[in-house]
Design a protein around this ligand. Structure first.
Ligand code: SAM
Length: 285
């Protein structure tokens, strides 16, 4: 069995298969032996559950997931890692690797085909260059998953887990909170990776909600409102909404007043309820 946090010991296998680290693919592999067991342990999985992992690399997190779950399905884009994974994970009979770009897959179909009725969790150390698109794809596809536990850049984690309506919140905070309850689990310093990235990371968990926390008339319009409201952070919500949505200032001002807002209100001070209220006020069929 390989010690997967000792990359030097796996290097001959990686070299034999023509692998060298690609910055473009966000290939920073975990070398701190404490990180992956803790991530797997706190992701909510048990022997009865299935796990979807994005970007297994050489399988360091995969092995910890495979020890604890019924089945692990990994999606890895880099072909050169397939023979490496076949070797490093050969002792597990509950792991399957799919060679694909996660952004191009129909994840709902894949989960249905591979996991059937089993409870599904997502657990992954995400490539930084597509953190937000992957998280939003996982949430917007309304996959039948219980929780999503991912490692992301620390700043992204702080933004996603900030309370909606606080100074640190942004469009992604609201979007994620619409689908899930967020919690920050722990920080991971840059020295925990090889190669070591310039930034620190954090592990966050998103527990999928059974239903959204607010009632809105039109989801698509709600997300346009959120995008517009946070689009220009230095502007008031009035100006951002008016320019972002192409609605006259007068109409937005009236809607703000109708909803009981100060016309100087800023998007980052608006709670989920308030954002839903203004969205419903502005929505026209
Ligand atoms: N799980 C390993 C670990 O924790 O050490 C590797 C994590 S590394 C940050 C990200 C992984 O995602 C790499 O293995 C990379 O090749 C893979 N990857 C990058 N872009 C991808 C994509 N679009 N679809 C699937 N995998 C991708």
């Amino acid at each position: 069995m390989y010690n997967l946090t000792d990359i030097e010991s796996v290097m001959p296998l990686m070299k034999k298969n023509g692998f060298n680290f690609s910055k473009n693919l966000g290939q920073n592999f975990i070398i701190d032996p404490g990180v992956c067991p803790e991530m797997a342990e706190r992701s909510g999985i048990d022997r009865e559950s299935a796990v979807l992992e994005i970007g297994p690399g050489i399988g360091v997190l995969t092995a910890e997931l495979a020890k604890r779950a019924k089945k692990v399905l990994c999606i890895e884009l880099d072909k050169r890692l397939l023979p490496v994974l076949a070797e490093t994970l050969k002792d597990f009979d509950n792991v399957e690797v799919v060679n694909a770009d996660v952004m191009k897959l129909d994840l709902g179909k894949l989960i249905e085909e591979k996991f059937g009725d089993t409870d599904v969790y997502v657990c992954a150390n995400l490539p930084y260059y597509i953190t937000s698109p992957v998280i939003m794809k996982l949430l917007e596809s309304r996959l039948p998953v219980k929780a999503i536990t991912v490692m992301v850049q620390k700043e992204a984690a702080d933004r996603i887990c900030a309370p909606v309506g606080s100074r640190d919140s942004g469009a992604i905070t609201v979007a994620v909170n619409y689908y899930a309850q967020t919690e920050k689990l722990f920080d991971v310093p840059s020295e925990s990776f090889m190669p070591s990235p310039k930034v620190d990371s954090s592990v966050i968990r998103m527990n999928i909600r059974e239903k959204p926390p607010v009632e809105i008339k039109d989801e698509e319009f709600f997300f346009s409102v959120v995008k517009a409201a946070f689009g220009q952070r230095r502007k008031t919500a009035l100006n951002s909404l008016s320019s972002g949505l192409g609605i006259s200032k007068q109409t937005v001002e009236q809607a703000l007043v109708n909803c009981g807002f100060d016309t100087n209100v800023r998007a980052e001070t608006m709670t989920m309820d308030k954002l839903a209220e203004i969205c419903n006020c502005l929505f026209k069929k």
